[in-house]
Design a protein around this ligand. Structure first.
Ligand SMILES: *[C@@H]1O[C@H](CO)[C@@H](O)[C@H](O)[C@H]1NC(C)=O
Ligand SMILES: *[C@@H]1O[C@H](CO)[C@@H](O)[C@H](O)[C@H]1NC(C)=O
Ligand SMILES: *[C@@H]1O[C@H](CO)[C@@H](O)[C@H](O)[C@H]1NC(C)=O
Ligand SMILES: *[C@@H]1O[C@H](CO)[C@@H](O)[C@H](O)[C@H]1NC(C)=O
Ligand SMILES: *[C@@H]1O[C@H](CO)[C@@H](O)[C@H](O)[C@H]1NC(C)=O
Ligand SMILES: *[C@@H]1O[C@H](CO)[C@@H](O)[C@H](O)[C@H]1NC(C)=O
Ligand SMILES: *[C@@H]1O[C@H](CO)[C@@H](O)[C@H](O)[C@H]1NC(C)=O
Ligand SMILES: *[C@@H]1O[C@H](CO)[C@@H](O)[C@H](O)[C@H]1NC(C)=O
Ligand SMILES: *[C@@H]1O[C@H](CO)[C@@H](O)[C@H](O)[C@H]1NC(C)=O
Ligand SMILES: *[C@@H]1O[C@H](CO)[C@@H](O)[C@H](O)[C@H]1NC(C)=O
Length: 587
């Protein structure tokens, strides 16, 4: 990283002086060398940001349109349905009865106890409560009960039969056991329970589940351990399970869970969400986990995660800082081979992307709505939106404690996108509350919001039109008024209420791309023609439009922008057709 004026000091000295300062400097100059070093490039999974929902809670989410419409928006950008893991603490309390008739309404929190103190018995009505009423093309991972050994794991096997019957092809994978590394210490198994003791039980269930559907190829995600890679219990991690014998073509995925802060005990703060170095230190511990999965031809995911464990914490999990954190988390994870990150949600948890229903707790009555994390996920879907495979790498010397940056490439090593995330704290009293969440102390910074000018040296052709979009909000602590370049979801049903507005900038004569961004803000830059080549969610019936604000060209996306329809993947055809559509659009 260089600080202007860049010609005065060697980069090494500047790095030293920078590390002492915590604020993002007023100017940052970075360079994207071409071609990208192949060794550093990692392909991006279209389901990089995925979801984990407590089994019991999906019927409640399905009763409002909020999550469905959020999923539709994300899936429109990534051209693929969302991946949802139905699992959590209740997986290991779940049994199934074909004659159980509990309705969706009864699955509301409270029916089975706040944390399902007893067991959760699902029946056909459970599936009926969301099947065919849900976002199209959603695919599921189902976590089976490994704790309950009664009648040779009848709970797991009968549940699997129900899942296979009702989810059918929407089921991608089964997991067996949630956070089994805790079974020994929680008294569900012997204290010396380890992965080799788990293996015969796990294999027995997997074999029986396969027998339930002999004509279907059933796949599993193994692992799902609670403890993070830096405090592994016994051999409960991916190298451990593989050494114990968990490797076969029926296990294409391995996962571990990660909550960087514990909300069940101890103090939690917003600060680590805005520290790139803290995030990258934590995630770097997963490099051996990824390597172990890849050594047997499988992929690694963080199978359950979020800002703060035990349903999140208002004032931290429900802030704009969490949205910025999600973007840096997903992208940094992708650069080290973490293929997917499953963000956990419950119906009233402050770490959820949306709150599906009005609810009452001791502190008051709260309403359904959208939390900032949704906009972080939406911003990532804009990064992933492309008509081919994309690859990612960190921009060298483009990161520090409170900022980070990534370059995104296509398979022929052409630079396609640039992401810059400014994580510098800025508190604002604007948007400091959200009717879906309890109020927390409101902070306000006593200075003007700092702005940074970023200059990126690129291989892009001078004069080309670029789209710049921003993940933005009034401040790091904001709980509302967050959007992606005006793109806004309805608090009522999650539909698009305001279309995205691309800011148009051009590549400078020397290939530089120059932009300003504020403390606590992220930007995505790509060729505007690529924006036109992909489908994006817009307000129904809206029209694309141009405008100029302070000399800057802005183009509002509209429902009439279905420019890519009917095109093939042939680049030549696509470019000319896109140009043609662009001309048609704007005349
Ligand atoms: C589990 O659920 C079944 C069916 O609702 C019930 O009969 C049984 O008592 C429950 N067991 C426990 C331990 O709560
Ligand atoms: C264990 O599973 C059986 C069904 O095989 C069920 O009857 C029992 O209630 C479950 N026990 C617990 C503690 O959930
Ligand atoms: C599996 O496929 C075979 C051959 O097509 C068929 O005879 C059999 O009924 C199928 N079994 C099940 C359980 O669907
Ligand atoms: C929540 O709503 C109920 C019913 O409308 C009302 O009785 C109660 O006073 C409200 N609680 C708070 C804390 O506002
Ligand atoms: C939820 O609460 C909001 C705000 O108080 C209210 O406008 C809305 O009607 C409520 N919705 C339901 C379904 O009760
Ligand atoms: C690429 O574009 C074609 C034609 O518009 C479309 O059918 C296809 O779904 C797109 N693929 C992806 C991965 O976006
Ligand atoms: C920037 O990222 C690189 C690669 O992850 C890392 O080695 C370096 O420590 C980071 N720099 C700072 C200042 O955080
Ligand atoms: C989006 O957020 C920005 C910055 O907080 C704000 O200026 C703008 O008015 C918002 N747009 C919409 C449509 O709410
Ligand atoms: C900003 O707000 C956070 C809470 O969101 C608080 O912990 C921090 O001390 C505040 N910082 C300043 C400079 O106001
Ligand atoms: C919008 O911008 C495009 C590209 O610069 C231009 O061709 C078109 O005429 C503009 N349309 C309107 C309605 O201003």
């Amino acid at each position: 990283m260089r600080i202007s004026p860049p010609w005065q000091l060697p980069a090494s000295l500047l790095l030293l002086s920078l590390s002492a300062v915590s604020a993002v400097p007023p100017t940052v100059n970075i360079e994207i060398p071409v071609p990208a070093k192949d060794a550093h490039l990692r392909s991006l999974d279209r389901n990089l940001v995925s979801w984990s929902i407590q089994n019991r809670d999906l019927p409640i989410f399905a009763r409002s349109k909020l999550l469905e419409n959020l999923f539709k928006a994300l899936s429109t950008n990534v051209a693929l349905g969302q991946s949802v893991r139905l699992g959590g603490g209740e997986s290991d309390k779940t049994t199934y009865g074909a004659d159980i008739t509990i309705t969706a309404e009864k699955y509301r929190s409270g029916y089975y106890g706040a944390q399902a103190q007893g067991n959760v018995t699902l029946g056909p009505n459970y599936f009926a409560s969301f099947k065919e009423k849900y976002a199209p093309d959603t695919r599921y991972i189902w976590c089976l009960n490994l704790i309950n050994t009664t009648n040779n794991f009848e709970a797991a096997i009968s549940t699997a039969a129900g899942v296979l019957e009702y989810l059918g092809d929407e089921l991608d994978l089964f997991e067996i056991g949630n956070e089994a590394d805790f079974y020994g210490s929680k008294g569900f198994r012997d204290p010396d329970w380890d992965t080799s003791m788990m293996l015969p039980e796990w294999n027995y269930i997997a074999d029986e589940v396969e027998k339930l559907a002999p004509n279907k190829t059933i796949k599993f995600m193994a692992g799902g351990f609670a403890n993070p890679a830096y405090i592994v219990t016994k051999d409960f991690d991916i190298p451990g399970v593989i050494a114990a014998g968990y490797q076969s073509s029926r296990i294409p995925w391995y996962s571990m869970h990660l909550y960087p802060q514990s909300g069940c005990s101890g103090a939690v703060t917003i600060a680590p969400l805005l520290e790139h170095n803290t995030l990258s230190d934590i995630l770097s511990h997963y490099i051996p986990q990824v390597a172990a999965a890849e050594s047997v031809g499988a992929q690694f995911a963080i199978g359950e995660t979020n800002t703060v464990s035990c349903v999140g914490r208002p004032g931290i999990s429900d802030t704009f800082a969490a949205a910025l954190w999600l973007v840096d988390y997903a992208l940094f994870g992708a650069t080290i081979g973490i293929r997917r990150v499953y963000f956990h949600a419950t119906t009233t948890g402050s770490y959820s992307p949306v709150i599906p229903i009005n609810y009452s707790i001791d502190s008051g009555n709260y309403s359904a709505g959208v939390l900032p994390l949704s906009y972080g996920a939406y911003f990532v879907s804009e990064i992933l939106s492309f008509n081919d495979t994309l690859l990612v790498t960190q921009i060298e010397d483009g990161n520090d404690t409170d900022y980070s940056s990534y370059s995104i490439w296509d398979e022929t090593n052409h630079l396609r996108k640039i992401v810059f995330i400014n994580l510098q704290v800025y508190n604002s009293s604007e948007g400091a509350t959200n009717p879906a969440m309890p109020d927390t102390e409101i902070y306000s910074s006593d200075h003007a919001r700092p702005s940074t000018r970023v200059t990126v040296a690129t291989p892009w052709e001078p004069g080309q039109e670029l789209s710049l979009i921003r993940l933005q909000g009034p401040g790091s602590n904001s709980k509302s008024m967050v959007n992606v370049s005006d793109f806004t979801l309805s608090e009522k049903d999650g539909s698009v209420t305001s279309d995205l507005v691309d800011t148009i900038i051009t590549v400078q004569e020397n290939g530089d791309v120059v932009f300003d961004l504020l403390a606590s803000e992220a930007v995505l830059i790509q060729h505007y023609s690529n924006v036109l080549a992909n489908k994006h969610p817009t307000k129904s019936g809206s029209k694309a439009a141009n405008s100029t604000v302070d000399g800057v060209i802005m183009r509002t996306r509209g429902a009439d922008m279905s420019v890519a329809s009917g095109l093939t993947l042939n680049n030549g055809v696509m470019v000319s057709a896109v140009l043609l559509s662009a001309i048609l659009l704007f005349v």
